[in-house]
Ligand binder design. Structure first.
Ligand code: AMP
Ligand code: MG
Length: 419
């Protein structure tokens, strides 16, 4: 009796791994990259911090006014409904403190960001004061301490501002600049080598022969890897023959931390990824209870981590986002981030078979009532790559779920959380 090669059309295989188990096993087998570089803060955007940032100063450095107006003593605020008059004895501007004496019944004019002098603690907004030369009258309701920003209220000297593993955002660059720090230690970027496999694949610029197609996976991979902020090594298309594969694997493993391939992971006639990897590395070949993206190869090739994605263009993106992206984020940051998921109300029905996780492509939006709604992008074949362009989220349907009716709640994963 011969065994039939498995295909994506087979009924659910109970031996296969769940998506969560496969992801957990991958994360258990990889280690964060070591190595760092020092960069000027402007160049550190999107990079992973490799040091603890401790504030060397108080931010703000001095008590200062949050408004343009007049600084007074809180104890001299008039009772509600009454009026009080002050003599204005000077002015403080941002960068120009007032350093004279201020007696009782006196105030100074103060601008936003200017230091609040010793003894004063309250700022009356300009719009709430009536002034006539040096006589300032205030009425209305005021609270001692209002409109004053305390020294160190944003960051206190000696406090931990950021810890290692953080991906630096535009706000972080500003916070670090506010501490007067100009250079940062960030982790080295992992290098990811990738190539496509398949005799039918042609590169852009080459004419297409009978039965040939342009290689699109290398472009989606380039985009997803660039979004993530790793260094990439695009190795082109490798033909379906064991010698070329061996050579490509060796080159990739020698030059990269991670090797990602697409195609050739089924067990069809021309699927050489598995046998060649068994020969050169330590490989696990998994069937995952998911659609699309069922076959996945994972393992070690020399010191490099190997991830063999399926060939179908949508399956490549789904498997990359569900497995390669958490793995790379973990290598970069040393942190396991759970996927960012939201609940949404389905506005289109979705056909679904229980027993596996399905990743439909959807478009979510906010309804007039403020609810999140989602509809599928239409045809869901694993070759319909435009579904990834037109969609803005995955609709993740878990194994136990059957078909979805209009109005049902479903889980979505916005594409914007995958970059
Ligand atoms: P495979 O896993 O190699 O059997 O490929 C599965 C399907 O994906 C086939 O229809 C391939 O032609 C297609 N495919 C594989 N690699 C690519 C690629 N790089 N770009 C576009 N389609 C591909
Ligand atoms: Mg192939």
């Amino acid at each position: 009796m011969t065994t039939k090669p498995s295909s994506c059309a087979d009924p659910v295989d109970t031996q296969a791994l769940s998506v969560d188990d496969a992801r957990a096993r991958i994360l258990d087998q990889i280690a964060p990259v070591s190595g760092y570089e020092k960069l000027a803060i402007r160049s550190a955007l999107g990079r992973i911090l490799d040091e603890t940032i401790v504030s060397p100063v108080d931010v703000p450095a001095h008590r200062n006014s949050a408004m343009d107006g007049f600084a007074i003593r809180g104890s001299e605020i008039p009772p509600a409904g009454e009026e009080a008059e002050f003599r204005c004895v000077g002015a403080a501007l941002a960068g120009h403190p007032f350093d004279g004496e201020i007696g009782s019944g006196e105030c100074i004019q103060i601008m936003t960001g200017a230091p609040v002098p010793e003894g004063l603690d309250t700022v009356i907004m300009q719009e709430q004061a009536h002034y006539d030369g040096e006589r300032i009258r205030i009425t209305g309701k005021h609270r001692p301490g209002q409109n004053v920003r305390e020294a160190g209220e944003d960051l206190a000297r000696g406090g931990v501002v950021f810890s290692p593993g953080r991906k630096l955002t535009p706000a972080d660059l500003g916070v670090i600049a506010s501490l007067g720090i100009g250079e940062l230690r960030v982790r080295r970027k992992p290098v990811v080598a990738f190539f496509s496999t398949g005799d039918e694949l042609r590169s852009i610029g080459e004419p297409l022969g009978e039965g040939e197609i342009y290689d699109s996976n290398r472009y989606t991979l380039h985009g997803m890897l660039t979004d993530l902020g790793v260094d990439t090594l695009d190795m082109g298309v490798i033909a379906d023959n064991p010698d070329d594969m061996r050579e490509a694997f060796r080159t990739a493993a020698d030059n990269a931390d991670v090797v990602i391939t697409s195609g050739g992971v089924s067990v069809g006639e021309a699927d050489y990824i598995k046998p060649v990897l068994e020969e050169l590395g330590e490989i696990t070949f998994w069937k995952i209870r998911m659609k699309p993206g069922r076959p996945l190869t994972f393992g070690k090739l020399g010191n490099a981590t190997f991830i063999g994605l399926p060939g179908n263009p949508v399956a490549v993106m789904v498997a990359f986002y569900q497995f390669a992206l958490p793995a790379l984020r973990y290598m970069m940051s040393g942190e396991r981030q759970p996927p960012f998921l939201l609940r949404a109300r389905a506005t289109s029905p979705i056909r679904k078979r229980p027993g596996r996780t399905e990743f439909a492509r959807g478009r979510y939006s906010i309804s007039a009532d403020g609810d999140i709604e989602v509809a599928t992008t239409g045809q869901q074949g694993s070759g319909i790559l435009t579904s990834m362009s037109h969609g803005n989220c995955f609709i993740i349907l878990p194994p136990r779920q059957g078909s979805v009716e209009v109005g049902d709640e479903v889980t979505i994963q916005p594409f914007s959380s995958l970059r």
